[in-house]
Design a protein around this ligand. Structure first.
Ligand SMILES: Cc1ncc(COP(=O)(O)OP(=O)(O)O)c(N)n1
Ligand SMILES: Cc1ncsc1CCOP(=O)(O)O
Ligand SMILES: [Mg+2]
Length: 209
């Protein structure tokens, strides 16, 4: 059992803020979730702001960290707890300058030990590896293996996030390999019995891994 692995929910690619706030509350009230990432691609800043206004309180009122994808300035302006940056987004150091020392800054490292070491040494709060499984949510060029998580855990203290196609059914190997967080999109928001059932299923799968 590796009970210290926790869920990291990433929002669906498109959402209507007020309706999705209800879905998010259902997910967060169903069980243990460490953080929520708002991930909206190809929308203008005001659309992101409106979504943050609707969703940030839902997370923060439940002591769940609220992280914005891609946009450090908006994250800072809008009171998010952190930001996630990828390798083609703003560089980590610049994001850190904007966010300040207390905020969470996470970095995508694909399947690269080198990128993860650099991010860790620079001060990232977590490194994200993936994709671990095929995913329809994002076109991915990199495939990570569970051994990468084990290697990271043996080398470094900084938490690692596993992302990409993770479900309650397939997460066991990734959890046992050492993921500190499972970042998930479709398996939660497209769960046939709803996001609450998905969170319960993940919590159970993690506890039994
Ligand atoms: C937790 C987490 N891990 C990886 C990503 C992917 O970030 P990036 O490579 O910048 O791709 P986009 O998500 O921006 O399309 C993530 N968002 N979150
Ligand atoms: C944002 C992102 N980065 C790598 S895979 C991915 C999508 C993960 O979505 P899902 O959990 O639906 O596979
Ligand atoms: Mg990005």
């Amino acid at each position: 059992m590796k009970a210290d692995c926790r869920l990291y929910l990433v929002t669906p690619p498109a959402l209507e803020p007020a309706a999705f706030a209800v879905q998010l509350a259902t997910a967060l009230d169903a069980g243990d979730v460490a953080c929520v990432q708002l991930r909206l691609k190809d929308v203008d800043d005001d659309t992101v702001r409106r979504a943050i206004d609707a969703l940030r309180p839902v997370a923060q009122e439940r002591e769940v960290a609220f992280i914005l994808n891609d946009h450090p300035r908006l994250a800072k302006e809008m009171g998010c707890d952190g930001v996630h940056v990828g390798q083609t987004d703003m560089p980590y150091r610049e994001a850190r300058k904007i966010m300040g020392g207390d905020a969470i800054v996470g970095v995508t490292c694909h399947d690269s030990r080198h990128l993860a070491m650099v991010a860790g040494e620079d001060g990232a709060d977590y490194v994200a590896f993936g994709a671990f499984f095929p995913t329809g949510t994002k076109e991915t060029e990199h495939r990570a293996m569970p051994e990468l998580l084990t290697w990271w855990q043996e080398m470094m203290e900084i938490p690692c996030v596993a992302i990409g196609g993770i479900t309650p059914e397939n997460c066991g190997d990734v959890v046992r390999a050492g993921a500190d967080f499972l970042a998930v999109v479709s398996s939660v928001w497209q769960h046939p019995e709803g996001p609450g059932a998905a969170v319960r299923a993940f919590n159970k799968a993690i506890a039994e891994a």
